[in-house]
Structures are given as C-alpha cells and as structure tokens.
Write a protein that binds this ligand. Structure first.
Ligand code: PEP
Length: 247
C-alpha cells in the first residue's frame, strides 16, 4: 500500500521566529507519524528550515523552481540550488502560479522535468476552476494539465507526485466532497496507469481547504494518497490532526 504524504504549503507566510515555533511543535507531534510529512516553505527560509528539520522525519519542500538550469534569470531559483539545501519535494504548477504568474501547462511540465533531473520530486498541481467545473469540464482540464507533464517526462512519470487541487476549494473554506475528490483522483490514476506500468507507486494528493475536521474522510478514499495543506499547515495542532488522520 502507498504510504500517504501530508505536505504543508506555507505559501508566502512565515518569519524566522514563527517558523521555529511552528516546526518545533510539528516535529514533536509528528515524530511517531505513520504517514510521510513534508513542509514546502518560501525560498528564503530553506536554510533555516533545513536546519530545523535535521534529525526529524519531516522532508523539506520548495514552492517553485525555475525551468532553467542557470544564468540570467533574475529572481529565479534553480533546482541545483534547491538540491543544495536538501530539498526533497517541489511544488510545480500551483494554481496561484498558473493564475497570477501565467504559468502554462508546458512551463509546468518543463519545471517538473528540471526538478526530476536534480533528484527532486515535483508535486504537480492540477485542478479546475469553478467555471470549468460548472461547465462539466473538470476531467478534460485535469487530464490536459497532467498530459503535458506525462508527455515531457516519459518513463520518469512514476517518480512524480500529483496534487489534485480544485481551484474553487483553495483557501476558500469550500472542500470537494470525498466522492467528488475520489472521482477525479480515479481519473488521474487511470491516466497514469496508461502512461506507466508503475502507476501504483504515484501518490495523488488532495488539496483545497483540507482541515482537521474533513481530513479523515478525504484520506479514507481509495485513490487519495495524502494531502497538500495550505492554511491549516500554519497551525501546528491543525496540521498534526491531519497527519494523525493519515496512514
Ligand atoms: C494550497 O495552497 O495548496 C491549499 C490547498 O491551500 P488551502 O489548504 O488553504 O486551501
């Protein structure tokens, strides 16, 4: 059985003092966790958080990576730089990057490729907007987003993590029902199955207002292999309740 992964996405939140307080509580509470745990932190805090996580089972994650290897790309962070700080996971194609930074499917696929080449697991985020869901286009949208990454990454595709994050559920307090989420996860699973003989090892996380109250039901669905958690990852008790609900 796939060991579930609960990954926190801190987004653009934190401070040196707040990170230390949050992670000392999370590390203490997650020490006996049966699932995998990670935190995806803002780039300036990678060094600090790498130090804070040393000796804990919690993995370090980043929130974005450049598609370029190095060079004149002001403001960008390369996969090699992330690697130097012990980064194990990197979000790519988060809806906030697709929406506010115009990231296309092709760019997200190139970022995933760059992460994989550096030995970093890309957490490929896919998800439909409310208008797309209401127009009955959910399946078409998530399949198109994942297809770009499959196409660019060939046989390495079994090394990625996928996060299904309906855009209408991110940061809104609205959650997909376990049935709605499972339905999309099953679609993604079969798309992966058609692309690789190792699809069973690919984790598909759910993200979108996952919290202490709804985590257990979502995480009990057969194709939900964990959670990508935004707001609730900033409060140690809430994040730890989600970790405790995972297996
Ligand atoms: C996210 O940022 O990936 C996310 C799922 O946020 P939230 O849990 O706050 O909806």
């Amino acid at each position: 059985m796939r060991k579930q992964l609960i990954a926190g996405n801190w987004k653009m939140n934190g401070s040196l003092a707040a990170n230390q307080a949050l992670l000392s509580a999370v590390a203490a509470g997650a020490s006996g966790a049966s699932c995998q745990v990670a935190v995806c932190v803002p780039a300036p805090y990678l060094a600090q958080v790498q130090g804070l996580l040393a000796g804990t089972p919690i993995a370090l994650g980043a929130q974005d990576v450049s598609q370029h290897e190095a060079g004149a790309f002001t403001g960008e962070v390369s996969s090699g730089m992330l690697r130097e700080f012990g980064v194990r996971y990197c979000l790519v194609g988060h809806s906030e990057r697709r929406q506010y930074h115009g990231e296309t499917d092709a760019l997200v696929a190139a970022k995933a490729q760059r992460a994989l080449a550096a030995g970093i697991t890309p957490v490929v985020c896919v998800g439909e907007t409310l208008a797309e869901r209401e127009a009955g286009r959910t399946e078409e949208v998530v399949k198109r987003q994942l297809a770009a990454v499959i196409h660019a990454n060939g046989h390495c595709i079994s090394e990625i993590v996928v996060a299904y994050e309906p855009v209408w559920a991110i940061g809104t307090g609205k959650t997909a029902s376990p049935e709605q989420a499972q339905q999309v996860h099953a679609v993604l699973r079969s798309q992966l199955h058609a692309a690789t003989t190792h699809s069973d090892r690919v984790l598909i996380l759910y993200g979108g207002s996952m919290n202490a109250a709804n985590a257990a039901q979502l995480l009990s669905q057969p194709d939900i292999d964990g959670g990508l958690v935004g707001g609730a990852s900033l409060k140690a008790p809430d994040f730890l309740s989600i970790v405790a609900a995972a297996r």
